[in-house]
Design a protein around this ligand. Sequence first.
Ligand SMILES: *Cc1c(COP(=O)(O)O)cnc(C)c1O
Length: 393
Amino acid sequence: MTSYFTHLECTRTGKSYDVDGLHNLSTEGVPLFARYDLDAIRDTLSRDDLAGRAINMWRYREVMPLRDGDQAITLDEGFTPLRAAPRLGAWAGVPGLLIKDESVNPTGSFKARGLSAAVTAAAARGVRKLAIPTAGNAGGALAAYAAAAGLESYVFMPRDTPIAFHVEARSCGAHVELVDGLISDCGRIVGERKQAEGWFDVSTLKEPYRVEGKKTMGYEVAEQLGWKLPDVVIYPTGGGTGLIGMWKAFEEMEHLGWIDKGQRPRMVSVQAEGCAPIVRAFHSGAETAEPWQGAHTVASGLRVPGAVGDFLMLRALRESGGTAIAVSDDELIAASHDFARLTGIFPAPEGGATLSALLHLKEQGLIQAHERVVLFNTGSGYKYLEALNRFPE
Ligand SMILES: *Cc1c(COP(=O)(O)O)cnc(C)c1O
């Protein structure tokens, strides 16, 4: 195929970077975005051409960061179901409720999307060793895609991360180090050692391609709804890669003429009360988020005290007319069971958190009964059995 991937762009200054190099952050210390010749794609590809393509996220290959000759490293991640949830919707007072079920991805979470894209790009540029700090799911996903590509992976996760995450990564051949601390401490270790060890750092948004993998969720929601977008997206937010990625996808699709302008959903960021830097920054009017001290929550994907893409997240939430909300661990665990009992989908606690947020926002009058709301169940409950093995009397 012809590549339409033209350059990388600094998200602060707009400065260009070449597509052949290996890049982490821009010289300004902020994320880089992949850019495409959208005008040329618009002239050659119509959204109807997608119909017969592979049932994975690479069906959107023209807007994926592939150069001529690059081969995707794929385990068929993405194109996950967008399910109606009539029983849960009736119970929550939002009958048109939909669930984007990311638990069916390889490695049981949507981290597969980002790491498929990042490992594809790194492998194509000759990288042999990849390193990642992770709160859990990203480590398993890196290990799996590195295994698929025949590369080495180095995974740093907090010691108290649930056992399923360590075992999965080790089983896939990763070198796993358990760290006394949080994902931010893991990130520091990778940063300090990467040069001497020859590791390429695939921390989220510190390399440009994980966000490209996760943006495909935005393309899929549009395609699955017949090129209409929902009214509200509720997204459990850690590093914010999916939120930022979907917002980028909406912009690209508007440019391609695949969706109408002015139809974007209100984006809602959900965090845990024990780690809610984006919620705090959103409500204080700040453009960036102060790091959260003493972060704790069983929803390990949300235990991210500071995010390099904070300003991009806050901008997307505000531009969308959305909001940010924190829920307690007790609430999000109870909501995970309600979610499972009323849908048959056994969610990650992060997915349960989106239901808690919906209930609060409905009660506050910020979501109306007639609206089309999408909850993102970002992972499978199977990796969090210790946390989820708590039921009301
Ligand atoms: C990583 C993760 C999140 C947070 O995703 P971001 O896009 O980094 O904000 C949410 N849920 C689960 C299950 C995760 O693994």
